[in-house]
Write a new protein. Sequence first.
Length: 359
Amino acid sequence: MQKQLNIALPNGQYPIIIDSEKFDFSEFKSWLAGKKIMVVSNEVVAPLYLDELIQLFADNQVYHCLIGDGEIHKTKNSWLKILDALAEQQFNRSDVLVSLGGGIVCDITGFAAASWMRGMAFVQVPTTLLSQIDASVGGKTGINHPKGKNMIGAFHQPQAVIINAKTLRTLPTREFNAGIGEAIKYAGINQAWFYDWLVNHQQAIKQLDEAVLMELITHCCQFKTKIVEQDEKEQGIRALLNLGHTFGHAIETISDYHYLHGEAVALGMVMAAELSAQLGFCEPDIRKMLENLLQAFELPIMLDNQYAAEEILTLMKSDKKVINDQHRLILLKDMGQAFIAEGVKDAEILEAINSCMTQ
Ligand code: NAD
Ligand code: GLY
């Protein structure tokens, strides 16, 4: 089974190929001819899929570079390791980087591609649900700084996104569920019907039903594509994709990445819904609706009270969306009606965080 989408941007377009069984590079054979390829992966994903991927590049000179697993390795050292490998093998701008892994590998590989010789081509091969429905699409690349999540990065679009949904069969359940957190985000932003779709298909999703997973990935890539096509560099509407993320990034940083990205986003969405209700933008039952669906996929809805709300607020102030010291948060008027709220006061944010903490 295969579906194909295209993402059209001012400087070109690229395909998102979603296959249920294979890494389908067939339409890139002539483009790849004569190029060197460096596959970037990590110690968990490489033993599972590196050989299968490399076999597809039998006519190329192929190298690989493995980085450490996990958010603690989304660092300048991992990025430099890739640049060193490119330098060692004398890669130039006409060669290709290929990511093979989750959102962390995708983001770092993309950033290495953006920065090597001021920009080289790369292809995203995402292997987690989260990276297949979000991180691999849209050209945001980057690494973390000790002071905060994704603080260093660039917009750099891939040449293609090649999704093989079969890879989800080896993904741990906790990681799979973290990806569902980002899927629920799309329902909150502007796809209210998708909330019901997720509720109605939850059993099939949990059983990794092939057709349902294909539909899930396709829907999410379509939603994201539509937003990125309107606003590639996040000057406006793309900010909506950050629903739950300003809280979420602070939670990831304060917890030293104890919470997975999708789990922190889940908590962030609950906080955003709580704050929206407190400010009178939406009904309190929006929080309850989100909580019900998040809980169905074993995602957290209450933050452990070992973390201080004031410190989360301080971290939120260093978020990329803060302008002139004013918070810019994504809040909800209803399920599927997210909007950018400016000038929300610290005390209001603190109240929302506190009401989403375990007692
Ligand atoms: P991840 O990259 O850490 O992958 C999760 C875990 O699963 C890792 O241990 C990984 O090695 C393992 N893994 C990956 N594929 C596997 C497979 N098929 N089978 C078994 N194990 C597998 O985490 P993630 O949730 O994929 O990505 C999170 C990152 O994505 C965060 O850093 C976040 O900031 C970033 N992100 C970026 C964007 C963007 O637009 N660029 C969007 C959303 C998230
Ligand atoms: N994940 C947010 C974005 O791509 O804009």
